[in-house]
Design a protein around this ligand. Structure first.
Ligand SMILES: [Zn+2]
Length: 264
C-alpha cells in the first residue's frame, strides 16, 4: 500500500497550520523510516494506483507549492536519511514570493537552479499550474492556460518531460480532469480533503496532508489502511483545506499575468 504524504513549507520561522518545523519534520521522517518503507518518486512510471497487494506500508513524501526552504531546509534533512521527494512547482512564481498564502506570510519560491539541483539529486518535480488558482473556478481559457503554459515552461526550462500535475488546493472536477488530460498530463495529484464521487484514476491520485499539529499517533493513522480514524483525520483535513481556499478568493485578482500571453 502506497501513501503519498503532502507537506507544504518546512521552516523554523514559518507560521500557519501548513508549516512544519524542521525538527518535527525530521521526527516524522524517522518515524516513517522506522515503520514503513519510504520510497523515492524517481520516475512517474511508478504505478501509484496498483495498491501493493502485499499490504506492506510504503510512503512517498511530497511538497506542495515549491517554497525555497524545501531546498535549503527539507532537502538536507532528507538527504541525510537517503530519501528523495517530489515538489509541485507553481511555474509562474519561480524565484518570486508567494501572493496567495496570507496565513503564512510572503514566502520565496524555489529558483530554477534549486529545482535543477533537486532533480540532479533524484527528486521529482510536477506542475502546480502557473499562478495557483482554484481550477474549478477558472474560465475555460484560463484553465487551459494554467495547465498548458506551466507544462511547457517547466519542460523548456528544465529539459525534462512534465507528465504530472498537483491541482492547487487539491481542487478538481470532471471539467478539470478532462482539460488536464487534453493538456497532455498522465498523472494528477489531489489531496484527500477533496470530495470526489467519480472513479479514481491516474488523474485523481490522493495525497494525505501532514500538519505541524499532527501527533505521531495520527501520522501512523495516515499511512495505515482505511479505517474510522483515517476518516476522522480526513474530516479535519477538509476543514483546514477549506480555510486555505479562502486565500484564493482573497487573492484571485492579484496575479498580473494575462491568460493567453506567454512569459517564456
Ligand atoms: Zn498549493
Amino acid at each position: 500500500m502506497l501513501t503519498i504524504l503532502e507537506f507544504h513549507n518546512i521552516s523554523k520561522h514559518g507560521v500557519g497550520w501548513t508549516n512544519v518545523h524542521p525538527e518535527r519534520f525530521a521526527e516524522v521522517l524517522d518515524l516513517l523510516l522506522a515503520e514503513t518503507e519510504v520510497v523515492s518518486p524517481v520516475r512517474y512510471g511508478m504505478r501509484f494506483l496498483d495498491g501493493h497487494p502485499d499490504g506492506h506500508p510504503r510512503v512517498m513524501i511530497s511538497f506542495d507549492d515549491g517554497y525555497e526552504e524545501i531546498f535549503t531546509t527539507a532537502y538536507p534533512i532528507m538527504k541525510k536519511r537517503g530519501v528523495a521527494g517530489m515538489v509541485s512547482v507553481v511555474a509562474g512564481y519561480t524565484g518570486k514570493t508567494n501572493l496567495w498564502d496570507i496565513g503564512g506570510g510572503s514566502l520565496r519560491h524555489l529558483y530554477w537552479h534549486e529545482i535543477e539541483a533537486l532533480l540532479d539529486a533524484g527528486w521529482s518535480i510536477c506542475s502546480h499550474t502557473m499562478t495557483h488558482p482554484d481550477l474549478k473556478r477558472c474560465t475555460d481559457d484560463r484553465l487551459i492556460w494554467e495547465l498548458t503554459e506551466s507544462k511547457v515552461l517547466l519542460e523548456r526550462r528544465l529539459g525534462i518531460e512534465m507528465p504530472a500535475i498537483a491541482y492547487p488546493f487539491g481542487r478538481f472536477n470532471a471539467r478539470v480532469i478532462a482539460a488536464t488530460h487534453r493538456a497532455g498530463y498522465k498523472t494528477g495529484f489531489t489531496v484527500g480533503a477533496e470530495r470526489w464521487h467519480g472513479v479514481r484514476g491516474p488523474l485523481t491520485i490522493r495525497r494525505i496532508p501532514v500538519y505541524q499539529i499532527d501527533p505521531n499517533a495520527l501520522i501512523r493513522v495516515k499511512v495505515a489502511p482505511d479505517g474510522l480514524l483515517k476518516k476522522l483525520d480526513a474530516f479535519k483535513n477538509r476543514s483546514f483545506n477549506k480555510a486555505s481556499l479562502l486565500t484564493s478568493f482573497i487573492n484571485r485578482n492579484r496575479y498580473k499575468g494575462i491568460p493567453g500571453s506567454t512569459i517564456l
